[in-house]
Design a protein around this ligand. Structure first.
Ligand code: INI
Length: 157
């Protein structure tokens, strides 16, 4: 029988940093609210949580890297909203945000969770930030908790 490793959704004593961008703030503040609610619901003490606001999605990876470098967090949750309809350089912004967060995770050996919406329209972004299609901020927070627990299990092997 193979050994199966999974990460639970019980946050325990884990500490989280959240990077959130101001661009499309009506959306990102809803994503942030979803993330913080989920962290609290899974046992995180929000007094031990840091939220860092940055200008746009392009800036998220550097802020995530700086937070990760402090050694104070078990995972970093990145929150942003890139909307194609309002973004001539949509692809460039999306790539900078997604490649940068992925590289930061590998470089720092820490879960850096990509809770950045990339949608064609503002309506789609609102639907995914606490509307009909759920809340990507909530999903990102739950993924962060799961990853912390999975990596802890692997490190204990
Ligand atoms: N940043 C976003 O987070 N979302 C967007 O939709 C967006 N648009 O539309 O351009 C956006 N641009 C700003 C970018 O992230 C940087 O802040 C800016 O280029 C300065 O580096």
């Amino acid at each position: 029988m193979p050994e199966i490793l999974t990460g639970s959704h019980d946050a325990g004593d884990a500490r989280f940093g959240v990077v959130v961008s101001r661009f499309n703030e009506p959306v990102t503040e809803r994503l942030l609210a979803g993330a913080l609610e989920a962290l609290e619901a899974h046992g995180v003490d929000l007094d031990q949580t840091t939220v860092a606001w940055c200008p746009g999605a392009v800036e998220i990876p550097l802020v995530a890297r700086k937070l990760a470098g402090t050694g104070s967090y078990d995972a970093i949750i990145c929150i942003g909203a890139v909307i194609r309809g309002e973004t001539p350089h949509f692809d460039a912004v999306c790539h900078a945000a997604s490649d940068g967060t992925a590289r930061t995770a590998l470089d720092m050996g820490l879960p850096i969770i990509f809770g950045v919406l990339t949608t064609d329209t503002a309506e789609q972004a609102l639907a995914r930030s606490g509307g009909k299609k759920g809340n990507k901020g909530t999903d990102a927070a739950v993924a962060a908790i799961e990853m912390v627990n999975l990596l802890r299990k692997i490190e204990r092997q």
